[in-house]
Structures are given as C-alpha cells and as structure tokens.
Design a protein around this ligand. Sequence first.
Ligand SMILES: NC(=O)C1=CN([C@@H]2O[C@H](COP(=O)(O)OP(=O)(O)OC[C@H]3O[C@@H](n4cnc5c(N)ncnc54)[C@H](OP(=O)(O)O)[C@@H]3O)[C@@H](O)[C@H]2O)C=CC1
Ligand SMILES: O=C(CO)[C@H](O)[C@H](O)COP(=O)(O)O
Length: 471
Amino acid sequence: MVQAEIGLIGLGTMGSNLALNIAEKGHTIAVFNRTVSRVDEFKAQAGALADRIIPCHSIEELAAAIRPPRPIILMVVAGKPVDDQIAMLRKVLSPNDIIIDAGNADFNDTRRRFAELEGTGITFIGMGVSGGEEGARHGPSIMVGGTEESWHRVEDVITAISAKYKGEPCAAWLGPDGAGHFVKTIHNGIEYADMQMIAEIYGVLRDGLGMSAKEIAPVFAKWNEGRLNSYLIEITAKVLEIDDPKTGKPIVDVIVDRAGQKGTGKWSAIEAQKLGVPATAIEAAVAARVISSMKTEREAAQKVYGPATGNIKGDKAKLFHDLELALFAGKIAAYAQGFAVMDAASKEFSWNIPLATVSKIWRAGCIIRSQFLGTIAEAFSKGPVTNLLMAPAFIEMMKEAHPSLRRIVAIAAEAGLPVPALSAALAYFDGYRQARGTSNLIQAQRDFFGAHGFERIGEEGAHHGPWGDYS
Ligand SMILES: NC(=O)C1=CN([C@@H]2O[C@H](COP(=O)(O)OP(=O)(O)OC[C@H]3O[C@@H](n4cnc5c(N)ncnc54)[C@H](OP(=O)(O)O)[C@@H]3O)[C@@H](O)[C@H]2O)C=CC1
Ligand SMILES: O=C(CO)[C@H](O)[C@H](O)COP(=O)(O)O
C-alpha cells in the first residue's frame, strides 16, 4: 500500500487548497474530514494531483496511511474542534508523530495544548498560515511555533509549500510554543486595522465626495502603484470595479454593511491590553466591526440624530493627495503598534521572536503583503527598533504624512464621517511624540481621591499633594 508522507485533517477552504499545494510539491498526502463524504469528493476534484491523495474515511485509516513518524496538519475551525481532533489523534498516533495545528488559534490555547501533549511523545507545532484560499493553494506565508527541532523535522515541506519573495521562502520558525500563532494573530490584527482604514477612506470618498464605486476604484488602483502598494489596496480597487450579476449594480452597493469576525482581531486587542501595549488602531478596527454589526441600532440612531452632513468641499487634487498620505500615516502607526505588541509578547514569554524575519515572511503570500513590509524588514535588519515610529526611514515618512492624516481626520470629523482607526492612529502618534503630556493631572486626581501618590519633577520618591484643605 502507498504510504503518505504527511496527513491533513479538515478539507474546508484552507485545508483542501493546502493539501493540493502539498501534493503539487511532490508529496503523497493522506486526508480526512469530519464530514466524510468530502474526502472522496476532494480526491475526485483533484485532477492530475489525485494520484498523490489518499482519501481516508476514519482517523484510524488516516494514521495507517501515513508513514511513521507521521506529520499531520489540522486545518479546522479554531477552538473545540481542534481539541476534539487532537483527542482523536492521540488514540491512534505513536511517539515521534507530529500534530501541526495550522488554523488560526488563540495562542493561549496553543500553549495549553503544548502542555497537555508534553510527555506523550507526540510533538506539537502551532503554525499560523496566511494568504486565504489562493495563498493556501499556491504559497502562503507560514509562521511556525514549537521547538526548533520540530521545525527542522517539517522544514522541507513547509518551505516548499510557502510563498517565495524573490526566491526566499516566506516561512520561518519564530520561536517556541505559542510564538507562531501569536504572530499570526497580530498579523490579523494589523489586517483588521489596514482594512478598516481603507474602508474609512472609501467612506470619505463615497459619502463625503459623493463618488460612485466605479469612480473610487481607479483612485485605489492608482494608489496601488505608489507607496500604498499592497495586496489589500489592489483587491479593494478590483472589488469596487465588480458588478453584481443579479442587479447590475456595483457588488459593494448590494452588500450589507455588517462585517463578520472570527476572533483574531479581538485576540490581538486583548493581548495588547494584557501586555500593556497601546494598539489603538487595531482596537478601533475591532470596535468598528462590532458597531457595523449593530445595524438596527444604527438605523434607529440615524433617524434620531440625522445622517452625516458629508459634502466635503475643496481642491480635489489636494484632497486625494491628503487621503493617500493619511492612509499611509495610519498604516505606519498601526504597524508600529502591531510590532510593539509582538516585541512585548516575545519578551514576556521569552520567545525571542525575530521581528526582521516576521516582516520578511510577510512580504509575500499573506493578506497584508506589501512593499511597505520590505521597508519594515530593512528597519529591523539594521538593529533593535524601540518603535517603528523612531526608525530613521519611518521618521522621514511619518514627517511627510502625518499632516495629511491630521487634515483628513479633521475634515471627516467636521463632515460627521466616522474614521475611528485613522483617528486612533493620529491620537497614538500625537500622544507618542508629546514629551509633556497631560497625565500629571490624572496623577493629581488619583492622589486627591485615593492617596495614590505621584512623582515630582526633579525629585526622588513618592509624593502627595496639599489636598487637605480642599477635599
Ligand atoms: N479562510 C481563510 O482565509 C483563512 C482561514 N484560516 C483558518 O484556517 C482554519 C480553517 O478555515 P477555513 O478553511 O476557512 O474554514 P472552512 O469553514 O472552509 O472549513 C472548516 C473545516 O473545519 C472542519 N470542522 C468544523 N468544525 C469541526 C469540528 N467540530 N470537528 C472537526 N472538524 C470540524 C470542517 O469540516 P466539515 O466539512 O465537516 O464541516 C472543515 O473541514 C480556521 O482556523 C481559520 O481561521 C487561516 C487563514 C486564512
Ligand atoms: O486569517 C485570515 C486571513 O489572514 C482569515 O481569512 C480570517 O478569517 C480573517 O479574519 P476575520 O474572519 O475575523 O475577518
């Protein structure tokens, strides 16, 4: 009987494409899916690659079809399904076999799974995969967490299936236990911020300037040729061009303005808060998706307060230039936040995440791939970076772009158009570059009502204010 070199459980969007990608790279792969009928259907649709696919109708059959030590990829919905599959696998696997959770997992779950599998002889890898359907099929960006030894055991196949940036594989070992899934989570947090800021600019163009989807599409297409060049800007231009076959209207105009979310954005915001790192653009993007889901309440509130005034006036050429730079400045702030969160987590969990490598493996394959990530990679390659806002290349870019961000946030506020992620990015930048902020007043308030104490300028130790006569 032909023995597969690798196995995969979960033939959904990502799993089926990843399995085809693996088969295409010359590996025989055994596959299993909860809904068992999908397994034969998948082989039947695999065309020329079908010979390298072994369909398995039970977990026992899957284990028997793979040559030990067995590497098995899980590509199922996050949470309990992953635990259920691991529990099933534990009954049929042997010491030295490797379970690779390639879904989007909460890194806290990944850490727990590492602990639960310790001592069983089974190796566990938590692996983030990004690139959507197309990436999984032809080359995703892959973020691996686990022991370095376990990485070397799967390195050949993982690098073979990954995207390549100028020949370099977009796959890397990023540290032990939850490091890979943490980095994938923050990738998605940044993805949320990127997408939200693009949507906010679209809102200014649509509701502030009254432009149609067809008129907005070339604006993004043009921006894609410059500093904003990225997969998300590219697909935004494409999406805005496409018509709905049912109505003939632009497809975006028939889609309900309620965004879904599966958890990674929220996990990013939660972990940033836990680590004490401001990730306000990411948080704003998560909150914006939540507000978007409150459609009925929003409709009622618009009746009470009226719609945004919109109707932005002024020099169009100057406005478009400001919009492009505002998006760029917001992007710099959001990435600065995301990388700061990863840096803090790396220190907190002693992961030693190579941030230069992270930016390098995000240059191709993943959803946030962009020209900009090349500049980030260069900044990290030159040495430690406290915050991207302080890296020389970014100082220049931010100096040029932040006045535009300021103007766009002001114009949008005046017109009543919500730009929460761009506003958060601007406030973060303004807070970060302000040598004397306003927390002296907060310290005074805290000491007044709770005797919490404060530091005095130029003096050591804790101090209290002369509140006695006033309280
Ligand atoms: N779609 C994307 O762009 C990306 C997704 N991911 C992540 O990849 C993973 C898979 O996503 P995707 O392929 O999009 O999802 P799909 O919904 O297309 O497929 C989900 C898969 O999970 C299986 N599954 C669901 N519930 C269970 C369960 N209780 N027990 C066993 N198997 C179960 C499904 O089996 P069945 O056929 O029986 O329902 C199916 O094979 C997720 O973690 C997702 O977050 C990561 C990067 C990109
Ligand atoms: O990981 C991904 C992309 O990188 C997935 O597409 C994920 O589902 C996106 O998150 P959400 O569904 O919450 O928008």
